[in-house]
Design a protein around this ligand. Sequence first.
Ligand code: ADE
Length: 271
Amino acid sequence: MGCDRVMIIETLSTFPHMYDSVMGSSMMRIAQEKGLLDFCAYDLRDWTHDRHRTTDDDPYGGGAGLVMKCEPIYEAYQAITGIDVGLPPVQLTGNEQPTTGPAPRHANGLRPKTVFLTPCGCVFDDACAAELAREERLLFVCGHYEGIDERAYELADYCISIGDYVLTSGELASMVVIDAVVRKIDGVLGAEGGALDESFVEGLLEHPQYTRPAQFMGREVPDVLLSGDHAAIARWKREQALQRTAELRPDMLERASLTADDLKFLKTSFG
Ligand code: ADE
């Protein structure tokens, strides 16, 4: 990851305005202002041809809800990326219209890593965020309703779930993933290395943090943090991270890389 690189992130969904607030605020906005992120939310309905701009239909075999159709997704993918996916030329019937909407910004044949958001995907974690952050271009395809026609998944490089629950919208899930990815791009976070010294990267939860005032309603900031003794502070932070992880997420300790000192501390504190 170099500071001079621009990551292209595009989304394809039926509610592109959902991105306005998240991608227009805070670090996501700053990443774009700094020229580190080029973000664009496409409206899948721009690649439909009927008057109602239909993107879903009844499921074959019956069942509740509607399924997202694969033709608009393939048409959109081809237009957004400039990659020929073998679609036959669209034959419009009497009532149908050609596609509408803005011309895609990067229809240059650069193949994006394509991410489908679905509760059936692999559960997203920090390692996955780091992997995606190394890519030049990401395209997120977000479903609504009961799901997406299985044939659309042939375009997927990744199927990602953000957890074992079902949302009404893949857009929300994609925003979680995009936020976790973008903050890992070099230069996005202010403090150098800020994205490294935190929960999950080292396989531990982060130590507690404090800021002014040193006393608040009788609660004091731990003395060691005011001591100026950098070695003692570093040791305290590590032990707090170990303690918190042991108490709240013991499963993480099994995968963390622990030093001999860490193991000694855990043995003394937790037996
Ligand atoms: N769409 C609906 N629920 C989801 C989830 N948990 N993760 C990703 N996409 C989803």
